[in-house]
Design a protein around this ligand. Structure first.
Ligand SMILES: [Zn+2]
Length: 333
């Protein structure tokens, strides 16, 4: 009961921060400092919606019925500009079922832009990936808001998971969501501000939110301590799905109450992968039980205790993956 109450209270805060910031910016037309503060509020509100509302709802953790969860998950369409229908395949099916498995998990398969795991073929430009990847993280959101969803529907798959073209209510949700998102993010602000100011602000806003979301997800899976696998490796040495999830995932900053509140338990990613349909507000308590049992059964359970160490591990992992496997000219004799 308390976990659910906390979840809903957080949802109210997220909506109030987002709506309040938008109203101040568009209706209030504030001066520089209040304007910048509200712009920050817009970014915070959107991140809170992504981490604490839409992620839980699309997993089926927000309400007890599927229809209400899909309705709340539609915040992805209307407020983030991403198709919740495609998200459920990309995230719930591809990423949560085949975590850190090459090709199957679309999150970890970013070739030819980056090499995120050992099974992927090397390319010379990956040697610089630990520098340029941050720019890629910034434009991922823009890609999904514009061509990403449509490209995935045309391809008919995300990773190796089938993605059917949405029909009826799903199609109405997709189109209606895009119209609402473009209206509040671009069209209505253009009635008040010059077009170039709106487009510039939108690009900055979208890129910052995208960077925050991408890094939060990457710190849990794309670090030195996480395990990676190819389908062939898994076929050769089958393992329990739950063990695979724990060993391919890393928790971070569990004792940081502010970060835990904001990222909605995504820092308790091990617990999230084991119990995605449980509201994230329960994860701190579940974590103690999972950790105890992982130790008892010899399952590797890794936690980064500071944001700094998690970021460093992500950076080092990118650098190692970029270097490894680059052909070296050998002189024999
Ligand atoms: Zn998830």
């Amino acid at each position: 009961m308390r976990g659910r109450a906390q979840l809903y209270a957080k949802g109210v805060v997220a909506f109030v921060v987002l709506l309040g910031s938008w109203l101040i910016l568009v209706v209030g037309q504030p001066g520089l400092w209040l304007g910048l503060l509200s712009f920050g509020g817009l970014i915070l509100g959107t991140s809170l919606i992504a981490f604490t509302v839409m992620h839980d709802a699309n997993h089926g953790a927000y309400f007890r019925t599927r229809r209400l969860n899909h309705l709340m998950g539609w915040t992805a369409d209307a407020l983030l500009g991403l198709s919740s229908y495609a998200w459920r395949v990309k995230h719930n099916v591809a990423h949560h079922t085949y975590t850190n498995v090459d090709v199957y998990d679309a999150d970890i398969t970013q070739v030819p832009f980056a090499r995120l795991m050992p099974g992927q073929a090397p390319r010379p430009w990956y040697r610089l990936q630990h520098y340029y990847i941050w720019a890629l993280y910034c434009v991922m959101g823009l890609r999904w808001q514009t061509v990403g969803d449509v490209a995935a529907f045309r391809r008919g798959s995300i990773g190796t998971s089938a993605l059917r073209v949405p029909r009826r209510w799903d199609l109405a949700g997709l189109v209606g969501g895009k119209v609402i998102f473009v209206s509040w993010a671009i069209v209505i602000p253009m009635l008040v501000y010059p077009w170039w100011a709106v487009i510039s602000a939108y690009l900055v806003y979208s890129m910052v939110v995208s960077l925050i979301m991408a890094v939060t997800f990457q710190l849990a899976h794309c670090v030195e301590e996480a395990d990676f696998a190819t389908a062939e490796q898994l076929a050769g040495e089958p393992r329990l799905w739950a063990v695979h999830e724990v060993e391919t995932t890393v928790d971070f900053c569990p004792r940081n109450p502010v970060l835990s509140w904001v990222v909605g338990g995504l820092n308790y990613q091990i617990e999230h992968h084991l119990f995605p349909r449980v509201p994230h507000t329960h994860y701190p308590n579940i974590a103690k039980i999972v950790q105890r049992n992982a130790e008892r059964h010899g399952v590797r359970y890794v936690t980064h205790h500071s944001l700094r160490s998690a970021l460093r591990s992500h950076f080092r992992h990118l650098r190692t993956m970029g270097r490894r496997g680059i052909p070296v000219a050998l002189e024999m004799g």
